[in-house]
Design a protein around this ligand. Sequence first.
Ligand code: NAD
Ligand code: A1AUG
Length: 569
Amino acid sequence: MLSVCRQSFSSSLQRISIRCVHSVVPEYKPEADLPQNEPILDYLKGSRERTELEGELKKVSATVEDVPIIIGNEEFRTDQVKYQVMPHNHQHKIAKFYYATPALIEKAIKVATETQKTWDRTPMSDRFVIWERAADLMANEHRQKLNATTMLGQSKTAYQAEIDSAAELIDFFRFNLYFLKEALQYQPISTTPKIFKNSMRYRGVDGFMAAVAPFNFTAIGGNLAYTPALIGNAMLWKPSDTAILSNYTIFKICREAGVPPGVVNFLPADGPTFGKAITQSPHLAGINFTGSVPTFNWLWRAVGNNLDKYVNFPKMIGECGGKNYHFVHPSADVESVVNHTIRSAFEFCGQKCSACSRMYAPESLWPQIKDGLISKRNTLKIDDPTKYDTFTGAVIDATAFKRIKSYIDFAKAGNGLEIVAGGKCDDSKGYFIEPTIIFTKDPHTKSMTEEIFGPVLTVYVYKDKDVNSAVDLVGTSTSFALTGAVFAQDEKFLKDSLETLKMTAGNFYINDKSTGSVVGQQPFGGARMSGTNDKAGGPTYVLRFGNPQTIKESFVPQKEIFYPYMLQP
Ligand SMILES: NC(=O)c1ccc[n+]([C@@H]2O[C@H](COP(=O)([O-])OP(=O)(O)OC[C@H]3O[C@@H](n4cnc5c(N)ncnc54)[C@H](O)[C@@H]3O)[C@@H](O)[C@H]2O)c1
Ligand SMILES: N[C@@H](CCC=O)C(=O)O
């Protein structure tokens, strides 16, 4: 980006030719460069994508893929052997992987910190070519491998995999590239360009950044690791144990696309072992985290405790949990409420950070909403996600199964709660939990306030006349503020809700479900304990990892230290 150039200025007296060293912005054509969201394929019977997907599903389920630790150009295997299994058939292994030891994490830190120096000098235009190539490989040759590893490893249906490991991942690569190109267009004002020129360039941060990924979105893992790399950082990527194979597939695609060794290092590891090693390194430049609040708190505390060690203040980016709501006004369209709520609460077993898990319904509409929810819920097939009529597969693992079941058991035991539908849990073959609807008279009961991260929806029914106090409950009863939706036809209520519910959600929906954000359309993230709200999929996300440098270059020798008025006292 930085090069020597020759700038010419005409003046009535002379033509000055100035040799300057300044920022050169890569070529950019706003309209041609604006990406389109990746189309979501249909997977209809006989379609090419369905045939290709089935081929990949067979291959992935017939192998236990060996997934090494990768540091620079070297592969490592340790004696801490782990397996990734299919959540819907937990005796079936699909990947063998190894936990990195503290010594290997240390080695990766060294490699990344060294690599950052050369990677940061790689021209932006060269990085852009690699990112475009990666997105094309994801959209074409490797699309179905990404989907198959996500379906089998994280128990997603074809549609849920397609919107995640294909569309959203590809969009993250293409849109962040576009957003960075756009940002580079800003150059500071140079008021007297014959005398001096100002410019600004983006660097990575010297040191390394860590990307700590959750299990639930393959695309999020890719975004956490590769978007900071795009702007010049070197990364240690710690994938989730339960999303190893899909995340490793992204890693391999990016290497094939030309991301040099050492720019992103792939380090499956025990969470706290990894967290301890990175936060103790003086070279920690940032943590790009998505996951639960307790883990982010752990990392932030560890960084705080080590503050005196660091070369840079580590950038802390953390997108965390939610307790997302559907608030139904007495004027709402019931059919919309029911359909959006079923999708939001139960698709992918409610394991989206944005999933609706609490509903506020008016007494006047509750009988219709209840009937609608129960009858729609009863049509959902919970099974192997590779079957095309399956609505949702299993929850991710034994720990999640136990946690979600404990909330259902709490409701079964009374505690002022009533299970109106579902409630069965069976982990004999896979970690299956029925979509469950709970009714409560207590808006502060734990299933109305705590993140469950499973297919459990709790409904609080308010008296129509108390609609305003019911609205107040939304923001006062939990510490989260990730996503939320209001359903109403009453325009005044909708308008008011933009103010009354302003701080309750980073992504706010009107007559639409609380899930399903799309890169470039609904930049995503929440506030309060839901995260630092850095808006993945939005124009400022990539800049969060940049280390901008402002350059002022003077062309005219300075011959004086006094200001003119000082010379005429
Ligand atoms: N806001 C968002 O954009 C968003 C998106 C997806 C998921 N989430 C949230 O993520 C959570 C689900 O994901 P999860 O179960 O994988 O979360 P998690 O917090 O259990 O784990 C996230 C990652 O942190 C690692 N980890 C655990 N302890 C660690 C430590 N001490 N140091 C370093 N790393 C450590 C885990 O191994 C994993 O890779 C939910 O709370 C969900 O709401 C939020
Ligand atoms: N982009 C997703 C959220 C990801 C969180 O898990 C959605 O809005 O459904």
